[in-house]
Design a protein around this ligand. Sequence first.
Ligand code: B12
Length: 140
Amino acid sequence: MQDVLPASRRVLLSTVSSDSHTWNLVFLQLFLQESGHEVINMGPCVPDELLLHTARREQPDAIVISTVNGHGQADGARVARILRGSAGTSHIPLMIGGKLGISGTTDEAIAYELLDAGFDFVFTDDSDASLLTDRLTELE
Ligand code: B12
């Protein structure tokens, strides 16, 4: 019997404009690449406009945003609305994860706010990273 390999996705990996943390991005890049996905890593402190233009140009299979400085709640919601409201990016699956708020705890209310702003999937800090690869593999 032949093994069925999971689908390989082209992922645009970013953080939000205020967030200078970098090792979360390095971790996710390596994790996704080792899971068979292609990653375009935009690095820290990505301005909304740069993310918008890069997503429009690259047409990735998914945009994954990692944020840990606590401002993902506000910055993530803002950039989701921009990506969702723009021709050329509104159709791209959008995910966010990390430490989403400033309280340091898992806040379900923040997750719902981010879903409401336009994210397809929200991963809280205690989410198993394998859930991310599951969601990527399941994309149409
Ligand atoms: C190193 C560090 C810094 C360095 C960053 C250097 C760099 N270039 O990366 C410096 C000193 C610059 C820094 C600054 C700040 N930091 Co800092 N920092 C840290 C520290 C000590 C380690 C972060 C790290 O590298 N972890 C290793 C990586 C691999 O793990 P991770 O970031 O936790 O990510 C994991 C998960 O969150 C998850 N994950 C992350 N993203 C995603 C996305 C998806 C989709 C999924 C599925 C999972 C996922 O997977 C990762 C691996 O398990 C943490 C405390 C800690 N011990 O975690 C604080 C911490 C992240 N920092 C914090 C804060 C508050 C700040 C500052 C605001 C401090 C200040 N007042 O200036 C600034 C913000 C700067 C900015 N503009 O963003 C807080 C955030 C609090 C919160 N969100 O509740 C923390 C948690 C410290 C604390 N306990 O208060 N920081």
